[in-house]
Design a protein around this ligand. Structure first.
Ligand code: ZN
Length: 96
């Protein structure tokens, strides 16, 4: 459902109305002063971005910033999963 904006001729305030297209020409009462002298105005378009679009708009330096932030954490250690398992040779027969 589109959002319509109406500017009041009396107080110049803008009233926002969410209405179906079929009611786009309905008169609007100013929510600030109650005047019926309002005109529909062209409002800024609103764009909904997908997560992919948001990622594409991110600062290209973001990946490097994340890498730098992760560098000194335990998640950066490639052996962290092996260390968590403990001694994997425990219980195995001796090689010789
Ligand atoms: Zn008004």
């Amino acid at each position: 459902m589109p959002i319509y904006e109406h500017r009041c001729d009396e107080c110049r305030a803008v009233t926002t109305v969410l209405a179906p297209v079929s009611r786009s020409r309905d008169p609007c009462i100013c929510e600030h002063c109650g005047s019926a002298l309002t005109r529909r105005i062209v409002s800024k378009p609103s764009v909904h971005l997908s997560k992919l679009s948001k990622v594409e708009r991110m600062d290209p330096r973001y990946d490097k910033m994340v890498d730098q932030a992760m560098r000194n954490t335990q998640h950066a250690d490639p052996d962290r999963l092996m260390n968590r398992r403990g001694d994997v040779t425990k219980g195995l027969p001796d090689k010789d």
